[in-house]
Design a protein around this ligand. Sequence first.
Ligand code: PGA
Length: 267
Amino acid sequence: MKTTAARTLHLSGMDVFVYADSAAASLAAAEHIARTIEHVRLSRGTCVLGLATGSTPTQVYAHLVERYRGGALSFQGVSTYNLDEYYPIAANDTLSYHAYMYEHLFRHIDLLPARAHVLDGTIPEPFVAEHCAQFERFIEAEGGLDLQLLGIGRNGHIGFNEPIDLPVERARGLRTRMVELHPTTRADAAREFGSVERVIPRALTMGVGTILDARSIVMLATGAAKAEAVARALAGPPTMQTPASLLALAPQKTTWYLDEAAAREVV
Ligand code: PGA
């Protein structure tokens, strides 16, 4: 089954599917992921997924869990790598992305725990760079990411690759590393942390380069709060001032799934 988009656009070389609401956009993104798992596993026996957290993908995970429960999808042979994690944070902290992934996906499905990789927010600081390099090596050793799921921040970030003044060629080379969160990201995270002051100000994140090296990229954005960032990212040209605009550097493999609210400023 394939959920049909209300509108299909082609912007900066990328396919953009627009759905009536977030439920339909999330279902379409989940179907894309399920198809990738099935096709890639059929040809290679494994499938390597890059996963995202935040409020946007919760419905995607709910659909994947439903498919698993209905016997239509298995995660046997699948490996996962998450985009990011706060730093420092304990895995059992309810605000951690470890906890998020366990709650929304991992505890419900037949994914081997040893194959679920989330950057470790408890690594002592002197060892963080090595931990990040090892994360990259793990992905490489598995043959690279077959699919990376993304959300977009109100400031246009992907993962925790925040807007900065950096030439596109250098941004393209960014790998997994420690970063400082942008004020907009901290303001948005205040919802979960209780106040801006309580938001953990640093994080570990895959780089723009890690993301762009994935064989396919699924961007899901829903809600009016994302409309401006989505419009800027799709208008181009690619700039690290709007990190999601860099997806246009890999146009053939990138698919955007939007609801009408998130698409309303796209021209
Ligand atoms: P959100 O975050 O899904 O919680 O809006 C998306 C993002 O910042 O990438």
